[in-house]
Write a protein of this length. Structure first.
Lengths: 591, 503
């Protein structure tokens, strides 16, 4: 996903952190409540926000095509996906401030590309020399060929089966008849009927868009201001696209057929199954990846500036060379960390901020941490060196600069804007921003303090610099250090070794003047303050709904989600479940 | 009727393979498509930063020139009524007088094509102040942190594409780069400020978009698209759709109808060799991309392109920017960091050779260059983030509209020195207008697209003329005297042809 560079305040208010638990929405009791985060819960002001039909995000579309082809043998499916890979790549990348699903633009290129996928797929399936059509025909029985579609029973079976997959609900009799007529038309005009059926399913509006308006109108008037309760099929799709980044499987559709997930009891059971499915990593870890902007933040050490010095630092950690995958490995470590406390255990955000475990799967990253590699099992976690490193903010993905110097300003900006959801204004126009210089007798912190010491700079930099200084106990590769090395230009020769100072006042919450020691302290400090809890749930709300949360109309929902973190037995998993259980998830306002 | 569709693998060819392009066959043209002449083609190529010896005595890009007593020896001085004198000379002559080359970067490899080139020095982005990024092709809103104060405007590639569409020609825009790392795609925008979504950093993907379906019978594609269109149109009968839903459905239908039209267009019959998709060398990637672009132009499938490459000779697209600030001191014309300077020059050389010249050569080989214009526009002058005195290099005469084989120096050389104070020239708006006019787009078609600044800043030029925001940025007017330079240009028509440009 491409990230835009402008900063957008979250909702209409600056979030200044939240201390304490005021409780979520209480429609029957206490009336409006306002939280220090800026969100307020007034049951009378809570309201759905009208949203138009939504198209599938690029990746979600890929997964939907892949799932449609599930009856194929895995190698055959992989081969067919490869045949249409470049057509799938032609779908424009989603471009949004934070979350790919927020991009709802449908341009000519989108339409050309998705039609191209449909026609390409149809052509491959129509090709008699390829096995694809034959395997798709298995729904009519082993050994069935496309000729079997001439039989009405087989044709009905085929349309019913693949129609349900494509539209994510049972097809109506009218639709069955319509697709039969289309098949007949294709055959009569000498065009491959099987290919046409598949092409039409993949190009169907019900495949590319989610309408979520086929359910009962529970409020308002149809077509003008109707509130639709989602049908069980629509709800199933909404849940799987959220948690799996893909459509319901056949097995889940069968499950939905036999239950009524519009009722809480059935819904909770199915939700638990969905979250327990390995596919849940896809959607949920996508949230963390986009929320924390890991693709923008993570850098490969030793690739910029004085690369010789970078290589020297890596060598000091026992790393001779980094694999091409290293940057992705550091991102994966953060995702494994978040996965452990979200899905594997029922942790909360404080656990993520303070975890003393390494999730480094590769020897290079493990060497940076000074630990053994992690095998991927929750039963054999690897402890980080005590006191050196703990929690999300001390992971290499956030620390590595790529060059021979750290980048405290950027480290601090990421924490302030993404973990605490506090926006920072862009630099004023006309400001001549020069690259930072690093004299041999000054640490990076000292250089930054000097360059940003003017009052005009400090109004913004006070929000960033201290948060970045706290992690100056890690070198530009992310390795723990006791001093900062200075290198000769273009070489790995150390010309100075300078003492580092990590003490800083992070300013978490209004009027906070507390000085803390380092990044390990910072994780605990933020966890104890609860300041990031609303940020996490509000960010998740935006991810799940494709729009920022409104502090008033969505306040009860957001604070209700926050309560799932902070209450006794609360956890991130409870947040995920609650996000679906809330009525706002299960309805759609159409205007 | 069954068909046996050849796998595209049959046509896989190694990187850099020669292109086999089929010419357009008039007898196969569908109704409604213009038979002749073929539309012209526009290629915009953005060059970045520019903080090296771009012009002047030690120039490594433009012809090396000196200024003596308000004139440039070796060039012809022409008085321009209402403006300052300009200077010009034949590129072929300038090369002959310089050992057969124009400059370090525009070397002997360019010399055979000088007769089809223009090298123009001295354009001012009047609507940009100090410290801007990108904006080479007309959207002066999306520059620096977006606070220039200009409204969004479509870049030239989109204006040209829309114009072609209005004339019944294919209206696709293709933007391309060397790497997906050039993620900002900072050159191509639509009128509402949204980025063009057709983005390619893989020549194989570009090929697939236009040529992959060539093997699929038209009746197959037509039957499917017609039925899918019906499915979307049937949605409009659904009473449960809200107003916003209907807007989205209508939008999709409109685009799908265009998809249907393209399926039936002549380009579908063109056959091309598919280039490799896995090209690690970015210079080779860009040259391979040029192969596909030539195919698209030759087959009449697309006529508006925008290219740029930041991550070209380094992995990090921001390295280009770092080199620029570290390498050269425009005030003293000295090199501050030789290594960074060398890298910057090499990057610029690659842009000129691998993107511009290579494309020009290949178009010329299939006799298409004369019907095109390739415009390579620098982001900055040689002194930091300045918005004025920017060089532009073009290839092709746009069907004979442009007077090629010349260097034109639009600087007012009677004032300033290009060291402490950059010389000013002619407004970029006028160059944009000339490029659009070279595509046969009249001023009456592009002038209505202009938008004013919200702060009311203006210029002395004829209102509404040229293409772009017709206002001098307040910073540039007050702080840098750009406004003073243009004070005497009262009523100047920026939709007129620049001196020496029109053939």
């Amino acid at each position: 996903m491409l990230r835009l560079t402008t900063l957008v305040p979250l909702g209409a208010a600056l979030l200044t952190g939240c201390v304490g638990d005021i409780g979520g929405g209480d429609p029957g009791g206490k009336g409006p409540t306002t939280d220090p985060s800026g969100f307020s819960c007034d049951p009378d002001a809570a309201a759905l926000t009208a949203t138009p039909i939504r198209r599938l995000a690029r990746d979600y579309y890929h997964h939907a095509v892949h799932e449609f082809l599930s009856p194929l043998d895995e190698p055959t499916r992989a081969a067919l996906m490869e045949e249409i890979a470049t057509r799938l790549d032609l779908i424009p990348r989603d471009v949004s401030e934070h979350y790919a699903t927020s991009d709802q633009n449908v341009s000519q290129d989108h339409v050309d590309a998705v039609f191209g996928v449909a026609v390409g797929l149809a052509a491959e399936i129509a090709d008699d020399a390829a096995p694809y059509g034959e395997q798709l025909m298995r729904v009519c029985g082993d050994g069935a060929t496309k000729a079997a579609l001439a039989d009405d029973v087989c044709l009905t079976t085929f349309i019913t089966f693949y129609g349900r997959k494509a539209l994510r609900r049972p097809v109506t009799q009218a639709e069955v008849d319509d697709f039969k007529a289309f098949y007949a038309q294709a055959v009569a005009t000498g065009v491959d009927g099987l290919g046409m059926l598949v092409g039409r399913f993949i190009a169907h509006p019900g495949f590319y868009y989610r309408f979520d308006s086929e359910g009962e109108v529970v409020e308002g008037n149809e077509g003008t201001d109707a509130v639709h309760a989602l049908t069980k099929w629509e709800l199933a799709s909404k849940i799987t696209f959220l948690f799996w980044a893909g459509p319901p499987t056949d097995a889940l559709l069968d499950r939905i057929e036999a239950s009524d997930i519009t009722e809480d009891a059935d819904l909770e059971v199915v939700l638990a199954e969905v979250l327990a499915d390995p596919r849940a990593e896809r959607g949920i870890l996508r949230f963390y990846r986009e929320w924390l902007e890991l693709d923008d933040v993570a850098k490969t050490p030793g690739t910029e500036g004085n690369v010789v010095a970078g290589q020297a630092m890596l060598a000091a950690a026992g790393v001779d060379a980094l694999p091409v995958s290293y940057r992705e490995d550091t991102i994966q470590e953060v995702l494994d960390l978040t996965k452990h406390y979200t899905l594997t255990t029922e942790g909360d955000f404080g656990d993520i901020l303070t975890s003393t475990y390494s999730f480094a799967r590769t020897p290079e990253l493990a060497a940076i941490y000074g630990v053994a590699t992690w095998g991927g099992s929750a039963e054999s976690l690897v402890s980080l060196p005590a006191g050196e490193r703990s929690g999300l903010l001390t992971r290499a993905a956030f620390l590595s600069s790529g060059a021979e110097y750290t980048r405290p300003i950027i480290k601090g900006e990421v924490i302030r804007t993404r973990v605490l959801c506090e926006p920072i204004s862009p630099p004023p126009p006309g400001l001549d921003i020069q690259p930072l210089t690093h004299p041999a007798d000054k640490t990076t912190r000292q250089a930054v303090e000097e360059a940003t010491g003017d009052a005009a700079c400090q109004s913004c930099h006070v929000q960033m610099n201290p948060l970045g200084f706290l992690s100056e106990s890690y070198d530009p590769t992310g390795r723990f250090r006791q001093s900062e090395l200075r290198f000769a230009d273009g070489s790995g020769e150390v010309v100075a070794e300078l003492p580092i100072d990590t003490r800083a006042t992070p300013v978490i919450g209004e009027n906070d003047t507390t000085e803390i020691v380092d990044a390990v302290d910072l994780g605990q400090y933020i966890a104890d303050s609860g300041a990031a809890n609303v940020c996490l749930v509000a960010s998740y709300f935006e991810f799940a709904n494709g729009r920022p949360a409104d502090p008033v109309t969505d306040g009860c929902d957001v604070l209700g989600l926050r309560d799932q973190l902070t209450r006794e037995g609360g956890s991130i998993k409870r947040v995920l479940i609650e996000s679906v259980m809330q009525q706002s998830f299960r309805k759609r306002l159409v205007k | 009727m069954k068909f046996s569709r050849k796998s595209r693998r049959v046509f896989l060819q190694g990187a850099g393979a020669s292109l086999l392009a089929m010419p357009v066959l008039e007898s196969l043209m569908p109704k409604g498509v213009h038979a002749a002449p073929a539309p012209k083609s526009f290629v915009g190529i953005g060059a970045w930063n520019g903080l090296f010896r771009l012009y002047g005595p030690g120039s490594q890009l433009m012809p090396a020139t000196t200024v003596q007593n308000g004139s440039i020896p070796g060039l012809t001085k022409v008085n321009v009524p209402g403006c300052h004198p300009i200077h010009h000379g034949a590129l072929s002559g300038l090369a002959a007088a310089n050992g057969g080359r124009i400059s370090d970067i525009i070397d002997e490899e360019f010399t055979p094509y000088l007769s089809k080139m223009m090298m123009l020095q001295g354009f001012d982005y009047i609507g940009l102040g100090w410290y801007h990024h990108s904006g080479q092709f007309g959207n002066w809103h999306a520059s620096a942190d977006g606070s220039e104060g200009n409204p969004d405007m479509a870049t030239l590639d989109n204006v040209v594409a829309d114009w072609f569409g209005s004339q019944g020609y294919p209206n696709d825009v293709v933007t391309y780069s060397a790497s997906w790392l050039d993620g900002d795609w900072g050159c191509s925008f639509q009128a509402d400020g949204t980025r063009t979504t057709a983005q390619f950093s893989d020549p194989g993907a570009l090929w697939d978009k236009y040529f992959a379906d060539a093997q699929i019978p038209t009746d197959f594609k037509t039957l499917l698209v017609d039925r899918v269109l019906e499915d979307y149109r049937a949605l409009k009968q659904n009473p449960r759709l809200g107003a916003e839903d209907r807007v989205r459905v209508d939008n999709h239908i409109e685009h799908l109808a265009a998809t249907e039209a393209k399926i039936k267009q002549i380009g579908a019959i063109c056959d091309q060799l598919r280039p490799d998709s896995d090209i690690g060398d970015r210079a080779l990637l860009l040259r391979t991309m040029n192969d596909v672009i030539v195919g698209l132009i030759s087959c009449g499938m697309a006529h508006s392109f925008m290219g740029w490459a930041q991550a070209l000779v380094s992995e990090d697209p921001n390295q280009w920017h770092v080199w620029s600030h570290a390498a050269y001191d425009g005030t003293t014309d000295s090199i501050a960091d030789a290594s960074a300077y060398e890298s910057l020059v090499e990057h610029s050389r690659s842009v000129m050779k691998d993107m511009c010249l290579d494309l020009a050569k290949k178009l010329d080989a299939v006799e298409q260059l004369d019907n095109c214009v390739i415009a390579c526009i620098q982001e900055h002058g040689k002194r930091g983030h300045e918005s004025w005195n920017v060089p532009v290099i073009t290839f092709g005469s746009a069907g004979g509209a442009l007077k090629t084989d010349q260097y034109v120096d639009y600087r007012n050389v009677a004032e300033r020195d290009d060291l402490e104070y950059t010389r000013f020239g002619f407004p970029m708006n006028q160059l944009y207008a000339n490029l659009l006019m070279s595509m046969d787009m009249p001023p009456s078609a592009f002038e209505p697209l202009n938008k004013p600044r919200a702060d009311g800043a203006s210029s002395p030029f004829k209102p509404g003329s040229g293409y772009g925001v017709n206002a001098i940025h307040p910073d540039a007017a007050a702080g840098y005297s750009l406004g003073g330079h243009y004070e005497s240009w009262s009523g100047y028509d920026m939709s007129a042809w620049l001196p020496q440009v029109k053939a």
